[in-house]
Structures are given as structure tokens and as C-alpha cells.
Design a protein around this ligand. Structure first.
Ligand SMILES: NC(=O)c1ccc[n+]([C@@H]2O[C@H](COP(=O)([O-])OP(=O)(O)OC[C@H]3O[C@@H](n4cnc5c(N)ncnc54)[C@H](OP(=O)(O)O)[C@@H]3O)[C@@H](O)[C@H]2O)c1
Length: 128
């Protein structure tokens, strides 16, 4: 793990949500040589990624525990909120969460309400 606030050239990546968009994105990261841990709510999509060199985690919190970069590619606002709620207590210091899901800007801006989110590390929204 790099010191807080820095990202190494090939950061350890956790990818959560291996649907139609997430699975090929994760596969590209594996192909590019990133240390990759993957997790999907329902089992199945991990197998191809493990064959490509990724590690399958048994839960979302387990997936993020040692990651410097956490990628989310989930269905909607509710899914992102549910997953963030679960993983927040396990986020490593200095880790970065990037959400590729299509959600409402207002939902993204509202994430600081998450009770378990580490103090002072609120995610920020991309401009709509
Ligand atoms: N596909 C595209 O071309 C495209 C283009 C632009 C934007 N997007 C956006 O990208 C996001 C993902 O799209 P997609 O096409 O990959 O969707 P998708 O194939 O339906 O995959 C959705 C993913 O979200 C997971 N998920 C849903 N609810 C969850 C929950 N409550 N907890 C944990 N995981 C949950 C699903 O897990 P399960 O497998 O267990 O259901 C699945 O991994 C969406 O916001 C979509 O609007 C997609």
C-alpha cells in the first residue's frame, strides 16, 4: 500500500460489479497488468477474470480491504449506496473510489451521509 494520497503506477485495484460494462473493464485492467481483485453480487462473472489473473473476493468488503483504487460499475443509485455502505469500514487509508455507474449527481453529492464513511474522505462528483 502506498502512503496516503499517493497512487502507485500499477495500484492494487478492486473492481465491484461485473456486468455488461464492468466485466470487460475489469478484463482490460487484468490484461494491462494491474493487481486486480474482483467481486460480483451473484457468482459467475468472476471466473473469466480469475482465468485472466484476477483474484476473486468472497465479499465486497474483502475485495476493497487491500486496494488502492476501488472501481464500481453497478446498476443504479441504490446499488451504489448499498455497496458503499458495506465497504466503507474496510477502505484502506488513502484509497480512491471511482464510480463508473450511471447515477444522479445529487445522489453522488449526498454520499457523505453514509454513517460509516471515513471522516474527511468524502467522494466528489464528476460534473454532469
Ligand atoms: N453497458 C453499457 O454500455 C453502459 C453504458 C453507459 C453506462 N452504463 C452504466 O453502467 C452501469 C453498469 O451497467 P451494466 O450494463 O454493466 O449493467 P448490468 O450488466 O446490469 O450490471 C449491473 C451490475 O450491478 C450489480 N448490482 C446491481 N444491484 C446491486 C446491488 N444492490 N448490490 C451489488 N451489486 C449490484 C449487478 O450484480 P448482479 O450480477 O449480481 O446482478 C451487476 O454486476 C449502469 O449504471 C449503466 O447505466 C452502461
Amino acid at each position: 500500500m502506498a502512503s496516503p494520497g499517493t497512487v502507485t503506477a500499477r495500484p492494487a485495484v478492486a473492481f465491484l460489479g461485473l456486468g455488461a460494462l464492468g466485466a470487460p473493464m475489469a478484463a482490460n485492467l487484468a490484461r494491462a497488468g494491474f493487481p486486480l481483485t474482483v467481486h460480483n453480487r451473484s457468482q459467475g462473472p468472476e471466473a473469466a477474470l480469475v482465468a485472466a489473473g484476477a483474484v476473486a473476493a468472497s465479499s465486497a468488503p474483502e475485495a476493497v480491504a487491500a486496494a488502492e483504487l476501488i472501481c464500481l460499475c453497478l446498476s443504479d443509485d441504490d446499488a451504489v449506496g448499498a455497496v458503499l455502505e458495506r465497504v466503507a469500514p474496510r477502505l484502506a487509508a488513502g484509497s480512491l473510489v471511482v464510480d463508473f455507474s450511471t447515477i444522479a449527481p445529487a445522489s453522488s453529492a449526498a454520499r457523505p451521509w453514509l454513517p460509516s464513511w471515513p471522516a474527511g474522505r468524502w467522494p466528489t462528483s464528476m460534473p454532469p
